[in-house]
Design a protein around this ligand. Structure first.
Ligand code: NAD
Length: 257
């Protein structure tokens, strides 16, 4: 088991990448603190882990709220005695996120509150817990859009993921000497609710697919496997990386027809 005796906190565990990662981490021996602001699906994930013989608790928290982030870290330490892994994964992509002219300040602020401040708060309250555990691994979900721009704009989302990537790099440098690794996980376009809500017609999906050398969307589980590597001691010399799992989208200038 690759995460035996580890305690992992995963935000956005109620769906998509977070859910698949919670299930995988638990199957690899971790005790999992499932965090989401959507209580029902999050509790179902924790229940499925416990029913399969794993260990998990569900904590309802909004990652954009400091008190909630403090409480989720406390729940991890109170329940399992320590915290080794933080997966700051919760994020939103707002349906009204567009170009600079069209995107409202409300959409911009909400996106940054969750996607950027949420990661900051997860680190603010999580890093002291990792110190108490003698080190650990932080994985922050950024995106391939932190590296590439698109003509079908989601300006607030793209800017927020750029912030997650640069914040992760700086955190990795600050905490490297105390055994805390920080990596930005950069998924390509995935077949999850977050993206399919936005690419809601075949024409929009094809417009994105044409740029992916593999010619398909990724699956949340394929990101969970990358998170598993970054969480485990197998990646002990990996920190500050922009860990791309993207079907080749950032490597390609043109793709096969
Ligand atoms: P998803 O919508 O399927 O799941 C996100 C989960 O986060 C949901 O369960 C939601 O309830 C939760 N959440 C949202 N805001 C929250 C908050 N404030 N507090 C607590 N929980 C909150 O999305 P996903 O595709 O699994 O995305 C996970 C991460 O991956 C996000 O950061 C997203 O930006 C990133 N990402 C997704 C894709 C993609 O194509 N789907 C690509 C690159 C990066």
């Amino acid at each position: 088991m690759r995460l035996q005796d580890k305690v992992a906190l995963i935000t956005g565990a109620g769906g998509g990448i977070g859910k698949e990662t919670a299930l995988l981490f638990a199957a690899e021996g971790a005790s999992v603190v499932c965090v989401d602001y959507n209580a029902g699906p999050n509790e179902e994930v924790a229940a499925a882990i416990n029913a399969a013989g794993g260990k998990a608790i569900a904590v309802k928290a909004d990652v954009s709220k400091a008190a909630d982030c403090e409480a989720m870290v406390k729940a991890a330490e109170d329940t399992y005695g320590k915290l080794n892994i933080i997966f700051n994964n919760a994020g939103i992509s707002h349906a009204d996120d567009d170009d600079a002219i069209t995107t409202s300040e409300e959409v911009w602020d909400l996106t940054f509150q969750i996607n950027v401040k949420g990661v900051f708060l997860g680190c603010k309250y999580g890093i002291p817990a990792l110190r108490r555990a003698g080190g650990g691994s932080i994985i922050n979900t950024a995106s391939f859009v932190a590296i590439l721009g698109a003509a079908t704009p989601q300006l607030a989302y793209t800017a927020s993921k750029g912030a997650v990537l640069s914040m992760s790099r700086e955190l990795s440098a600050i905490h490297a000497r105390e055994g805390i690794r920080v990596n930005a996980l950069c998924p390509g376009p995935l077949y999850t609710e977050l993206l399919m809500k936005y690419l809601n017609t075949e024409e929009k999906r094809q417009r994105r697919l044409v740029h992916i050398p593999m010619g398909r969307f990724g699956q949340a589980k394929e990101i969970a496997f990358a998170a598993l590597y970054l969480a485990s001691d197998e990646s002990s010399f990996v920190t500050g990386s922009e860990f791309l799992v993207d079907g080749g989208i950032t490597a390609a200038y043109t793709t096969p027809l």
